[in-house]
Write a protein that binds this ligand. Structure first.
Ligand code: GLU
Length: 426
């Protein structure tokens, strides 16, 4: 049986992202008893750009692409957040993702606001040359919008370190000198940070381990299912496997693999490099997403896209702990159903914050023209994300609320305070 990730194939994944982000905001704003004035400010993005730009394709014809950059809030520092290349990306999705970045940066207390960007394109359908031209032209359209002091992009779905190198080079060519701090997630050879490539997956592993521990489960020996085998899912699976977790099922955009005795992520990566998907890897049986999401496992890592667990399928989830490696993989109306079933969720703005935490380290290193060793990056990452986990746990206990609401209460409280203290100008 072969499968495709239904939301990618149908293009339905954007539905509800903004609705979800706003519902989460309203819930936390009520809990915080925020004034109507501050709610009005934080509910809307500060600035948004839509750009339509032409690129000459390999066959000589011109194709016009549409891209977005949304800066949701900059009260706590420059705007920060990734750029995604995905066929279903639209302005509302980017707005939601930008808002989540504001809360994520505030929750882990790095001095950034929130932003997100996207180009509506399937990067797998472009040649390397076309991809480079799309990236460089989009970066050119964002001239003056992005910069080390204003707005710092990073990789997200469909983009990677190479994409960031092209953006950095394009901005640098326009400036006339090298501007490493304009993006994070660059290759180490051009100012990227050691540990950035694995950072999101490492943060997922650290936070999942803590949540499992709270549930009385040791990661060594825990059964684990992973949805997504991209930058986040692959690293999370590899690092969880390294700590003794038993990977029983993994899906990616091309299909899924299962083995109750445990999958070897290195072998899956090799198969992915050879064939473009983990599907059909030797020694595995096929599995589809729907089945994976309903597996009776200790840990379910969601590392694909938003809107995967909804009110429609939440009742079927049998995992003890869900780790949200993706942004928005569980919709707000699924949360109470999961809670009723005793499923513990590590919310996205906490669980996947390892990426932006190490992006912050990269930006600091770039501004100081200094490089930290990998062990220092990993130690500081664990310290910050572990501290944020403990803060969320304390608010959960203090207010008797779930982890998602607790995380949003902390984050939105910080952003509201910064916005109010700065005041309105003029
Ligand atoms: N795209 C990642 C996220 O959603 C990383 C953002 C960053 O490092 O700026 O958190």
């Amino acid at each position: 049986m072969t499968i495709s990730n239904a939301p990618e194939a149908s293009g339905a994944k954007t539905q509800g992202a903004l609705e979800s982000a706003l519902a989460e905001f309203d819930h936390a704003a009520d809990q915080l008893a925020l004034s109507p004035d501050i709610r009005a400010v934080l509910r809307l993005p500060k600035r948004e750009w839509t750009v339509n730009f032409p690129v000459t394709m390999d066959d000589g014809h011109v194709r016009v692409f549409t891209g977005y950059r949304v800066q949701h809030n900059v009260s706590r520092g420059p705007a920060k957040g990734g750029i995604r290349f995905h066929p279903a990306t639209d302005l509302d999705e980017v707005r939601a993702l930008a808002m989540w970045m504001t809360w994520k940066c505030a929750l882990v207390n790095v001095p950034f606001g929130g932003a997100k960007g996207g180009v509506t394109v399937d990067p797998r359908k472009l040649s390397a040359n076309e991809l480079q031209h799309v990236t460089r032209r989009f970066a050119t359209e964002l001239q003056g919008v992005i910069g080390p002091e204003v707005d710092i992009p990073a990789p997200d779905v469909g983009t990677n370190a190479q994409t960031m190198a092209w953006i950095m080079d394009t901005v640098s060519m326009h400036a006339g000198y090298t501007v490493p701090g304009v993006v994070t997630g660059k290759p180490v050879s051009v100012g990227g940070s050691e540990g950035r490539a694995d950072a999101t997956g490492m943060g997922v592993m650290f936070t999942a381990q803590r949540a499992l521990r709270e549930a009385g489960i040791d990661m060594a020996g825990a059964s684990v299912a992973v949805q997504g085998f991209g930058n986040v899912g692959e690293a999370a699976a590899r690092l969880i496997h390294k700590r003794g977790g038993r990977l029983v099922a993994i899906t990616d955009v091309g299909g899924g693999v299962a083995n109750p005795g445990g999958l070897d992520p290195a072998k899956l990566s090799a198969h992915l490099r050879e064939t473009g998907s983990i599907a059909g890897a030797p020694g595995t049986t096929p599995i589809d997403n729907e089945t994976l999401l309903a597996l009776d496992v200790d840990l379910l890592v969601l590392a694909a896209l938003e809107g995967q667990i909804t009110a429609a399928n939440a009742g079927a989830v049998r995992a003890k702990v869900i780790a949200e490696g993706a942004n928005g993989p569980v919709t707000p109306n699924a949360d109470p159903i999961l809670a009723d079933h005793g499923v513990v969720t590590v919310p996205d703005i906490l669980c996947n914050s390892g990426g932006v935490i190490v992006s912050y380290f990269e930006w600091v290193q770039n501004l100081q023209s200094f490089a930290w060793p990998a062990a220092q990056v990993a130690d500081r990452l664990e310290h910050i994300i572990g501290g944020a986990y403990d803060e969320v746990a304390a608010v959960r206990a203090r207010d008797g609320i779930g982890a998602r609401l607790a995380a949003h209460v902390i984050a939105i409280g910080r952003v509201a305070e910064a916005t109010e203290i700065r005041g309105l100008y003029p």
